[in-house]
Write a protein that binds this ligand. Structure first.
Ligand code: FAD
Ligand code: UDP
Length: 389
């Protein structure tokens, strides 16, 4: 029996959906997408909860990029609500609590130290690094000027160390430095979380954007379809439903699962989300509030800020708790734990996958990397450029 499909895509997240669309539309291929969840969109999936609030089931997703190809590509499938994300750190303070802009910036400096001292510290920082510069916390802590070093210690203690311990179970200097570098100290009064050229939220949500992307006569999407039940990799041959499949396969799931975790599980962090609906217009001050010094959760997101949804008298928030991933039923691997040992384990699985011609690992899980959506979109487009040359 021949398969009626030219290409097989595992996973209907950003990586899988773009590849399916490109292969079908630009390549004229017949594409089968297998998605184990009961919906498309991967971790960017959103839906309405019982109160009618548009929520992100797998954590807050804000789109931002400097890549005009990616932005234009996605803009074929959605228009955008022009949202610029802002985050504050909520920390204990004398007589209560206070909120500081994150990334820590010149405004945060003023909130903490008052205008006079803040101005003198800002002067020193700008003399050392330059105006509007971004400096990672690990870099700032190395500075020889004792006043800058003292400030770095303040930021480390009040913004980074406890949050990072909650999120990763390790201190900032123990994790991949690129991770804390995502949220540098910013010598600016710009209080946005991202400075990218293009930022926003799909106006009707992510799910309709993905549905439109996958809506093509040559794409078949099977939901509730786990590749583990349909796909076999044996001796360099890919079998789909027990029959050899010699078309292109793009796999966007976790690579250890593909090989029965035979070299051991790849370590990940998972998240537990606690949703709460409250009978108020807004519950907190910003879209995301990070609890950088206390509380068990890392951050609370209030979706109405992100989506711009107008729904008076009710709002839904979500608390995020980070935990070690054990692979137990129902747990989702969200964050690869990037270090030398884990990268070496990943490389063993990658080498295993490389034995299969026309088999491609793509995406945040399959590549074991800390990619934002736009990076995955760019990689998907580049892979398809290559495949369709
Ligand atoms: P995924 O979205 O994980 O999609 C993979 C899909 O494959 C899933 O639907 C999964 O069910 C399916 N799958 C896996 N294994 C199988 C199998 N065996 N059979 C069938 N299907 C399978 N990025 C941003 O740009 N901005 C943000 O604000 C942002 N916030 C984030 C917040 C959190 C909490 C997390 C975890 C990530 C965030 N990201 C954000 C990153 C973003 O989620 C990823 O870049 C993006 O989802 C990657 O897309 P993907 O297709 O590689 O993976
Ligand atoms: N981080 C922190 N305090 C903060 C924000 C971030 O310590 O208030 C560190 C933490 O280690 C986190 C990393 O910076 O994991 C990256 O933060 P980001 O907000 O980019 O994480 P994501 O949204 O991907 O979970």
């Amino acid at each position: 029996m021949d398969h009626p499909f030219d290409c097989l895509v595992i996973g209907a997240g950003m990586a899988g959906a773009i590849c399916a669309r490109e292969l079908a539309e630009r390549g004229g291929k017949k594409v089968l997408v297998l998605e184990r969840r009961d919906h498309v969109g991967g971790n960017a999936y959103d839906c309405f909860d019982k109160a009618g609030v548009l929520i992100h089931r797998y954590g807050p997703h804000i789109f931002h990029t400097n890549d005009s190809r990616v932005f234009e590509y996605l803009s074929r499938f959605t228009t955008w609500y022009s949202y610029q994300h802002q985050v504050v750190a909520n920390i204990p303070a004398e007589g209560g609590r206070m909120e500081l802009p994150v990334p820590f910036n010149l405004i945060s400096l003023e909130v903490v130290f008052g205008p006079h001292k803040a101005a003198s510290l800002a002067k020193r920082l700008i003399a050392a690094y330059g105006v509007e510069k971004k400096v990672t916390i690990l870099e700032l802590r190395q500075h020889p000027d004792p006043e800058i070093a003292a400030l770095a210690d303040y930021v480390y203690e009040h913004v980074f160390v406890h949050y990072t311990m909650k999120q990763w179970g390790q201190r900032p200097e123990e994790i991949d430095p690129n991770t804390t570098a995502r949220v540098p100290v910013f010598l600016s009064e710009d209080c946005r979380y991202f400075q990218d050229l293009y930022q926003g939220m799909p106006i009707e949500g992510y799910t309709p954007m993905f549905q439109r992307m996958l809506d093509h006569p040559d794409i078949t999407v099977a939901l509730g379809a786990d590749a583990g039940d349909r796909l076999t990799l044996a001796e360099g041959t890919v079998l789909l439903d027990g029959v050899p499949f010699d078309g292109t396969v793009i796999y966007t799931g976790a690579v250890d699962e593909l090989f029965g975790c035979k070299y051991g599980r790849l370590p990940y962090r998972t998240l537990r989300f606690q949703f709460e609906t409250h009978p108020v217009d807004f519950w907190q001050s910003h879209g995301t509030v990070n609890y950088t010094m206390d509380q068990e959760y890392t951050r609370i997101t209030e979706f109405k800020y992100l989506t711009g949804q107008e729904l008076p008298g009710v709002t839904t928030i979500m608390k995020e708790y980070s935990e070690a991933y054990t692979g137990e039923e129902g747990q989702v691997p969200y964050y690869a734990i990037i270090n030398e040992a884990n990268n070496a384990l990943y490389a063993r699985y990658q080498a295993e996958a490389a034995r299969y011609p026309r088999f491609h690992l793509l995406g945040r899980l399959a590549e074991y990397k800390y990619y934002n959506m736009d990076a995955i979109a760019a990689r998907a487009l580049a892979l398809c450029d290559d495949l369709l040359k």
